[in-house]
Design a protein around this ligand. Structure first.
Ligand SMILES: [Zn+2]
Length: 400
């Protein structure tokens, strides 16, 4: 039990989803509804994405948190006891590598932000996290499956989003199967509510707001303002999208690049274009561009040895860097001898000799001509960007 009362407690939840079939956002919303119905105040509900390469995680790797006001700790703990016991009464731990390890964490006050930064950028050992939490008053609810969810639950509480954050209105459904959220409606919504983003993939002409998995999420609308995502949700509901049984607006670290440290610059030693179009760029370390990367991958395929490039990328467990943004700073192309006035190209006659025209025998100082090229930043198309990746359209927004 947490001793003493404080006006603010935090709760965090992670890893309640059995891979594709469940959804932690849905569980957390259910918990928040349970707390509201019991008279507690809910402040700052958060949807926090974490390190995309965390070995046990699904692609989304999301955890949730909120602060709870008007709480005395005994009443809050008993409410959390009740919810956790009911939710996981039938829980059967499965295969160690694939089964969820749900954890509900309650803390008195917030947690140091360093806990978040470590979890969004690196692999975190569970034992380390357990010892990091020791000095902070907290309580953990878990199952016999293990404590894996503690890593995300604590990171979601520790996140502050002081320098950059976005919003997501998440809406849930009762149905399973195909979601009725027409692309034409999503396009209209995107135009009417320009503070929303990542709504559709302009190349593939499909919506990005609905997941493809059989989970209870109907859609999630991302945007720069709380009001914008809420109004966009209301617009969809009033104009023929599938009925949503419930929704909640979360503050989020999505589209902030929090998982990346800073850009790096290097000189290309060689590139290898793999079967299927993936590209490995050797800059002393290996950068990987995937064929789904569209503009970014096109640029990667056209890079040659000697080019100076700048990139943002995420280091995988094997040490390779998966590119998230790439630009060419300086490349030399079409290296050739100059043309003579007669129209023929000068040719070299050997070391320390002037160039000579093979047609009219004019000579020219020994030199090369070439074109110097560079490029704008490139990024993968929206459907192949990570939840955490900042779209180029957001660069410069809400940064301090
Ligand atoms: Zn000539």
């Amino acid at each position: 039990m947490i001793v003493g009362d404080s006006p603010t407690y935090w709760i965090g939840l992670d890893d309640t989803d059995e891979r594709e079939s469940g959804c932690t956002t849905h569980d957390f919303n259910d918990l928040l509804n349970h707390l509201s119905a019991s008279g507690f105040g809910i402040v700052d509900p958060r949807l926090v994405r974490l390190w995309p390469f965390a070995p046990r995680r699904t692609r989304g790797n999301a955890a949730l948190s909120a602060s709870i006001t008007g709480a005395d700790s005994v009443a809050l703990e008993s409410c959390l006891d009740e919810w956790f016991a009911t939710r996981f009464v039938d829980f059967q731990p499965g295969n160690e590598n694939h089964s969820a390890q749900p954890v509900l964490l309650m803390t008195k006050g917030s947690l140091p932000e360093s806990i978040y930064w470590n979890t969004v950028r690196n692999f975190v050992e569970l034992d380390l996290r357990i010892s990091e939490l020791e000095p902070h008053p907290h309580r953990v609810w878990s199952t016999s499956a293990g404590l894996g969810g503690l890593i995300g639950a604590s990171a979601a509480i520790a996140w502050q989003g002081g320098s950059d954050f976005t919003w997501e209105c998440t809406a849930w459904r009762d149905n399973t199967g195909h979601r009725k959220v027409p692309i034409a409606l999503v396009e209209k919504m995107a135009k009417l509510f320009p503070t929303t983003f990542m709504n559709r993939d302009p190349n593939a002409n499909h919506s990005l707001i609905s997941p493809r998995t059989p989970c209870p999420v109907l859609y999630g609308i991302r945007g720069e303002s709380e009001q914008g995502v809420l109004q966009a949700h209301e617009y969809l509901q009033e104009n023929g999208a599938e009925y949503s049984i419930d929704y909640r607006v979360h503050r989020s670290n999505q589209a902030t690049d929090d998982h990346l440290v800073e850009s790096e610059i290097g000189t290309v030693q060689c590139i290898r274009i793999m079967q299927g179009g993936h590209v490995e760029i050797d800059v002393g370390r290996t950068l990987i561009s995937f064929s789904q990367g569209s503009e970014l991958n096109k640029l990667a395929q056209n890079i040659i040895a000697g080019d100076r490039i700048e990139w943002y990328g995420l280091t995988n467990l094997d040490g390779s860097i998966h590119l998230e943004r790439l630009r060419l700073l300086r490349g030399e192309r079409n290296r050739r001898r100059p043309n003579c006035n007669c129209g023929h190209r000068f040719k070299s006659q050997g070391k320390n000799q002037p160039l000579r025209c093979p047609k009219c025998s004019s000579t020219h100082a020994d030199l090369w001509c070439s074109e110097i090229i560079d490029s704008e930043w490139t990024e993968p198309p929206p459907a192949h960007r990570r939840h955490l990746s900042k779209p180029l359209s957001r660069v410069g927004k809400s940064e301090v």
